[in-house]
Ligand binder design. Structure first.
Ligand code: PLP
Length: 629
């Protein structure tokens, strides 16, 4: 439990069962629910679905939507705050239709709405934001077509608020309002001086990409008055970054935002909403700290700081409490999905061992290394052994380059070297004090577990910005894991690896896993991938989207579940089409070549036909390795 910190990042949804398997409690309404992840995997296999697989627990998504809304409602009521909470889900965090549908459905009792940041997202949101009275918030840069769509949404009866990200967008709104005789509600995004900390802190400050400066905010109020649109100005928006790690930044942002709101009201703006943007963080590494992959607060504290912070300043400034909007995406979606991959092999740094019988005329570099390896008990000082062995290995390599040692002799030296390192490592495990340099040995000796997946498709942020995602074996967690390893993916790219893990004391380049057993599948899960990772991946090496299963639980049977839907991942054909190939004509070209071989008598017709069928079957197949036997 401590090693993988499951309970800590699991947020009540994940824990380790007594049988060592990962367990899921997907519904907060029924805490006795305990689905065994191993049985989910067995079911996936029984359905003949190939790994890697994205597993979505829709109950978790629903539970998170309900939780956020309920905490806002409870806090507002306890504080006797005068406004309501009318949150929106920013679809960019995970635009998958099933996710959006589920959020809308779970948000129905709360008038929960959607946020769009691009034309394609707006087209989606116009069709899917069906909760009566719920808001549709439009962020991002907008051209006239985008704005026209917003006006159309208005005619459809959607409650659309266009948030102005740059001043000139006001001109387009005014122009269309004149032309069409109606206007959506208008929001202004403020460029904040408070900056979040962490990986996504670029959303605030003078150089921020979005928002109006204070002078532009003042000018915007005046402009809308001049255009007769001041009654449509309804919302103040700010967003200081995603994954805010430190609650102090949130408090500061609320103070600054509330002050701007109050001042705009004093200027005559009839604002009804303050939209605090996203930023509600996730404890990816389970440390509950201000680490970049964590956060030092809970949802309750986050909401409390927004509600009470806003109330305090509004009361002091004698302005009405605005309705509150937030655009939490990460916090709603991260937990609900994970990627399950099978470890297909172990890559050891020492590779396989070369045969090295002793030879009386052997070169002194080889015999020195052999002497060291055979008499290690005479050398209790591990540092000295480490230095000498490293020295001989380097000399051997130089000698090989000069043609003094042959390949077999070099292989012998390297084999002996790794054997020595193995002995030192075993020794160090017992030592209380390990010199800094020798700590490197563990890293040098670490294996790589080859997972059947692509980091670029399934965990883009671990590659792009060293984000930590929990990596956990699905089974055997009641066994001591003895293999120190990092995770490599199957792309032909050395960056295709995960080497940032939750460690016993902080972040570690390696993780402990269990030794692979012949004829036994070893599945590893990559968790908290529901936000961004699910949708940001690319097709590096033409590895496409993953097969997906959607799991629902039965409320009346605590251990049962069902696969509600299977979404097939990309076929090879599909990814080739995206790259402008014509798989059908490729198959014909291949057939022509094979037919010619048959005609020339080089291939038997039966074998030729089989080859053509095989090529076509591979085109229709999954892009990942076939591991399910
Ligand atoms: N709103 C805006 C304007 C954003 O830019 C973002 C993401 O950065 C979000 C909402 C979602 O933020 P989060 O995923 O931190 O909730």
């Amino acid at each position: 439990e401590e090693l993988y910190r499951v309970k800590r990042w699991g947020a009540g949804y994940f824990e380790i069962g007594e049988n060592g398997n990962l367990k899921i409690t997907p519904s907060q309404n029924n805490e006795s629910l305990r689905i065994d992840f191993k049985s989910v995997i067995d079911e996936i296999r029984a359905e003949g679905i190939q790994f890697p697989v994205v597993v979505r627990f829709h109950d978790i998504l629903r539970a998170q939507v309900a939780k956020l809304n309920q905490v806002f409602r409870d806090t507002i009521s306890a504080a006797e705050y005068q406004g309501n909470y009318m949150g929106v889900y920013p679809v960019k965090v995970n635009q998958m239709r099933e996710v959006v549908e589920e959020v809308v459905d779970a948000g129905e009792p709360f008038q929960f709405g959607l946020e769009a940041g691009s034309k394609a997202e707006l087209l989606t949101v116009m069709a899917y934001n069906t909760n009566p009275g719920a808001l549709t918030i439009l962020n991002g840069y907008k051209d006239e077509e985008f704005m026209r769509l917003a006006f159309m949404g208005l005619l459809m009866g959607r409650r659309i608020i266009i948030v102005v990200e740059k001043f000139s967008e006001l001109y387009t709104i005014a122009k269309l309002a004149k032309e069409l005789g109606i206007s959506p509600e208008i929001g202004l995004r403020a460029k904040m001086s408070v900056k979040g900390r962490g990986k996504w802190a670029g959303s605030a400050g003078d150089r921020a990409k979005f928002g109006l400066s204070t002078s532009e905010l003042v000018a915007a109020v005046k402009y809308l008055k001049d255009e007769g649109l001041d009654e449509r100005l309804k919302l103040l928006h700010f967003h200081i970054g995603s994954q805010l790690t430190d609650i102090r930044a949130i408090k500061d942002a609320i103070t600054e935002g509330a002050r701007i709101y109050a001042e705009l009201r004093h200027l005559g703006a009839n604002l009804e909403f303050v939209d605090v943007g996203g930023g509600l963080g996730i404890d990816y590494d389970g440390s509950a700290s201000t680490n970049e992959s964590s956060r030092n607060y809970s949802i309750k504290e986050y909401v409390g700081d927004i509600v009470y912070g806003m109330q305090e300043i509004c009361d002091a400034e004698e302005v009405p409490h605005p309705n509150l909007v937030s655009e939490s995406g990460r916090a709603l979606t991260a937990h609900h999905s994970c990627v399950v991959t099978e470890v297909v092999s172990e890559i050891k740094p020492q590779g396989s061992q070369a045969i090295h019988t002793s030879d009386p005329d052997e070169h002194f570099i080889v015999s020195n290394m052999r002497e060291l390896s055979e008499n290690l008990e005479k050398y209790p000082n591990s540092q000295e052994v480490y230095n000498d062995a490293g020295d001989w290995k380097e000399q051997a390599l130089n000698a090989f380059k000069l043609g003094v040692l042959n390949l077999e002799q070099l292989a012998t030296v390297e084999t002996l070297y790794w054997q020595i390192m193995q002995v030192i490592q075993t020794r160090l495990e017992k030592d209380e004090f390990v010199p800094e340099e020798l700590k490197e040995i563990e890293l040098q000796m670490a294996s790589q577990y080859l997972g059947n997946f692509s980091v670029f498709q399934s965990a883009a942020d671990t590659w792009a910005i060293d984000q930590i995602l929990p990596v956990v074996p699905i089974t055997r967690m009641n066994e001591k894991p003895t293999i120190t390893c990092s995770i490599a993916d199957i792309t032909c790219d050395s960056d295709g690896k995960i080497d940032n893990f939750i460690g016993e004391d902080g972040i570690s380049p390696t993780i402990k896993m269990h030794p692979l057993k012949p004829n036994e599948h070893y599945y590893v899960g990559l968790f908290l991938t529901g936000a961004y990772q699910d949708v940001m991946g690319d097709m590096h090496n033409l590895f496409g989207r993953l097969n997906e299963v959607h799991i629902f639980s039965y409320d009346d049977d605590p251990e049962d579940f069902y696969i509600e839907e299977i979404v097939r991942g990309s076929s090879v054909e599909h990814v080739l089409n995206i790259m402008q190939y014509h798989p059908k004509s490729m198959a014909q070209d291949v057939k022509r070549v094979i037919d010619k071989k048959i005609a020339d008598g080089e291939l038997k017709p039966r074998d030729g036909v089989k080859l053509i069928d095989f090529y076509e079957a591979c085109l229709e197949g999954y892009t990942y390795l076939k591991t399910t036997s």
